[in-house]
Every structure is written in C-alpha cells, then in structure tokens.
Design a protein. Structure first.
Length: 461
C-alpha cells in the first residue's frame, strides 16, 4: 500500500513516511493510492468480530508490511484495553429511528482518544527503528489536545507541543492537557481562536528549514493514520446494530471533517452506509457548501460546541480530491483560490457527487441546549452539546434510521449541560483528580515567530 498527496499523485510514499510527515511537503494531504475494498463475505465476517479484530483487519489493509501481525495486534490491544466499555465504542438504541455510538469511553472522554492512543504507539515504534527523534505540534479546539497529551506522555523520542486558543475551551478540556506531568509535553495557550492556532501550525509546516530542523510531524486529523483508525468504529457500529434493515445514515458532529471522512472511506470499502450527515453549529461552511456549492469561509463564531468552532475544514481537501476526479492540478487550483479569495465554488456535477454521499444540517446554540433538555426529559440520558447537534439534525431532517456519533462525554461540557437541565454531569471515576492537580501552561503570543523560537529551543534540550 502506497500513498500520495492530494496535490501531487506522481510521488509515492510508504506508510512509515506518511505517519511521520503528517502533512505532505506540497501542502496537500496524504491519501492511499487506492482504497481497499471488502467483498460482501469479508464484510459479513468482519461484522461478527469484536472491536480489536475489526480494527486489525481494517488497519492492516492500510499499513501493509509496516508492522508484523503480532505487533499490530498488540498495539491495538494496548490502546483499547483501558477503555471503560468492552465494546470499546458501544452502540445504544435511543428510539426506533435513532441509535447512539458512544465514542467517549477513552481516557479523555472524547472520540479523539480512539485514534490518538494507537497513533502514538505507531509513531513511537516507527521512530525507534531508526533511533530518530520527532517533534509533534498540534492545534486543538479542545479535545485533540487532551487526547494527544495523554497518548504521547512519556513516549520515547517524541516532544509534543499543543497550541490551544486561550479561554475558548472548557476547563475540563484544558485540565486534561495541563495536568499531565511529562517531560516531553508542552501545553501552550495562544491569544486567538482555533483558526489562528491552526494557521500557526500550517505556517510552521510550510517552513521547510524549521520542519526539518525539529523533525516536525502532525497528529491533527490531517495525519492519515487518524482517519484510518477511525474507520474501525463505523464497522463496529454496524456489527452492533440489531435491526435487519441496513439503510443507515451516520450523523457526525463535524469540525475538521476528519471523523466523517473516515465514514466515507468505510463506505468506499464496502460498508453499506446510506448517507453521511454533516452536523455543525452556526460555523456551517460545509452545510452551506453542500446546499449552494460555494465553499466560503466566514469568521469563526464561538459557541457552546467549541470543538466545532472551525471555519476551514482541513480534511475537506481529501473529499475534494475525489469530487474533482482525482486531479491534483484542480485541487491545487481550488486550494489557491481559497487561500487568495477565501472561497471557491463546486461545479454542478461536483456538487451532485458530493450530495450522493453526504447530507448536512446545523443547530444554533439555543437549539442545542433544547435538545439536551428534550433528550434528558425523554430518557434521563445526558448528552454533550456536540452529540446534541447531531441528534437535533436527525430530528430536523426526519431520517428513518440514524446512528449518531457521540463524540464526547457530557462531563466535558458541564456549563452547557447545567444550563439545559440544571444538573452537573459527573466525570467518570478515572478522571476526577484533574480538578485537584497543578496545571502547567505556557502563555505565548499569537505569533509564528515566537512559537518557532520556543519549539526550536525546546527540541534541542
Ligand atoms: C474534534 C471534535 C469534533 C469534530 O471532529 P472532526 O474530525 O474535526 O470533524 C466533534 N466533536 C467533538 C467532541 C470533538 O472533539
């Protein structure tokens, strides 16, 4: 299995190369040269397996000879053994039309644990083979940071730098990062919004001298390995689905388009998903694009679902590659239009093929609070605001069969939940201490030069 960039399909890369590079040198995103496709028999067999087996069967399609089967199985097992559910991602039926896939049973209570736990082990393994060092820099809108910090703490040969927008993430999210004690972790608060953090990361990546100097890699969802690992739970959801009819939509709280893109790959691999539904808050660039064909960035607005307060969805470029007939030339053209004018437009046929696989919907903040309340009143189940948005889109669009991806535990967003139902959602046992522990945070200006200097200095220490 080889990979190329969405902006240049001539150069090929191995899995080892792309997991360490993160972002392609040409600014594009890595994708597999071909998507492996399962036969119906393969799929039926997979759907009778447990989570770890499904994970192994899917991931080995993409990693080829990179890891021996024993090693891959062991890394998968180590990644998920501490999850608070035997199913890893349990599916619960809510009502006749709606089931909820719980992705929040990992150490930091958000779906990002699923990918980050395994990604960190893969990176550590690949580095150890050549005894090389790497620095990881990642921008977080809240949950990536905690998952990355927890997963990479004390991993060998790796330094992790996390940038988050000051005051724009919840206290629990911040504490999941700032209370982890590990020499190799630096948590940095930036005076700006998530897009500012992401722009700093992008600029540092395009600075080749810097990137080489500190062996830079990315663990944001631009890293293909994240997407690959997230494909697994779409299959796992089907394997737990009780009813016979399989015309299921997946509704995915969407920010950077990584999670839902994993669903798109699952569908390409043969999983009979009907529609992948983009659920967003008022930062709804993707919904607007699906409805009008115009992809146009506005300023991002702070909401009660902060992990989706994103305007530019990096992973959309991966879908764009497919929509634009896999032409790196046209992808480059659209992306430079976006950079110059803040927008581009899809043609009629490109928009049609987008709509063939996707649908979209959004909720504002009041609607989000109302859904949390409705769901609690109906079932005494407490859902987080991101999940609530997806649930709201299910009812708004009147789907027959949906699986909502529940991307975070309600306890990560206590203020909004409190506002909705007057209850403070309890943190699961393992994470209670974070309120008592000392926080380690470094304040830096919203300035690429300062971040560059900080990382360069710390990398060599
Ligand atoms: C990151 C995150 C999302 C968005 O996921 P993407 O892969 O960026 O689309 C949604 N909900 C929560 C709780 C998240 O942490």
């Amino acid at each position: 299995m080889l990979y190329f960039s969405t902006r240049d399909t001539d150069k090929k890369f191995t899995f080892e190369e792309i997991i360490l590079n993160g972002l392609a040198e040409d600014g594009g995103l890595y994708i597999p040269e071909q998507t492996p496709i399962f036969t119906e028999n393969d799929i039926n067999r997979l759907l009778c397996s447990d989570y770890e087996t499904i994970a192994y069967e899917i991931i080995k399609q993409f990693t080829g000879e990179t890891f021996t089967s024993d090693l891959l199985k062991r890394m998968i097992h180590d990644s998920y053994k501490s999850f608070r559910s035997n199913f890893v991602t349990p599916l619960t039926e809510f009502d006749g039309s709606l089931s909820i896939l719980e992705l929040f049973h990992g150490p930091t209570l958000a779906f990002k644990d699923l990918a980050m736990q395994l990604l960190s082990r893969m990176i550590e393994e690949v580095l150890s083979r050549t005894n090389s060092k790497a620095s990881i820099i990642c921008a977080t809108s809240g949950d990536t940071g905690g998952a990355a910090v927890t997963s990479f703490a004390n991993k060998k040969n790796i330094k992790l730098f996390v940038l988050y927008p000051k005051g724009r993430i919840s206290e629990v999210q911040r504490r999941f990062m700032s209370t982890v004690k590990a020499e190799n972790i630096k948590v940095i608060s930036i005076n700006g919004n998530f897009d500012d953090c992401q722009n700093i990361v992008k600029t540092l990546f395009s600075d080749r001298y810097f990137a080489k100097n500190v062996s830079l890699t990315a663990v944001n969802s631009i890293n293909w390995a994240r997407i690959m690992i997230q494909i697994v739970y779409y299959f796992s959801a089907f394997s737990q689905y009780k009813r016979l009819e399989k015309n299921i939509n997946f509704i995915v709280p969407t920010g950077n388009f990584g999670d839902i893109f994993a669903g798109y790959i699952a569908k390409k691999m043969g999983l009979p998903i009907q529609k992948l539904v983009i659920a967003t808050n008022v930062n709804n660039i993707l919904e607007r694009c699906l409805k009008t064909g115009k992809y146009e960035a506005f300023d991002s607005i702070q909401t009660n679902s902060p992990s989706m307060d994103i305007q530019i969805s990096s992973n959309f470029e991966r879908l764009l590659f497919d929509l634009l007939d896999m032409s790196p030339r046209v992808v480059k053209k659209k992306m430079s239009e976006l950079k110059e004018n803040g927008k581009f437009e899809l043609s009629k046929s490109e928009l049609e093929s987008f709509k063939n696989n996707f649908d979209a919907g959004s909720l504002d903040q009041d609607e989000t609070v109302k859904i949390i309340k409705d769901i609690y009143n109906r079932s005494h189940q407490i859902i987080d605001p991101h999940t609530a948005i997806a649930v709201g889109v299910h009812y708004k669009n009147s789907y027959k069969n949906s699986i909502v991806l529940s991307t975070a535990h309600a306890a990560k967003f206590p203020d909004t939940v409190m506002k909705a139902i007057g209850i403070n959602p309890e943190l699961p046992n393992i994470s209670e201490d974070i309120y008592k522990l000392h926080e380690n945070i470094i304040d830096l200006p919203n300035d690429v030069g300062d971040i560059n200097a900080f990382i360069t200095k710390n990398f060599s220490e």
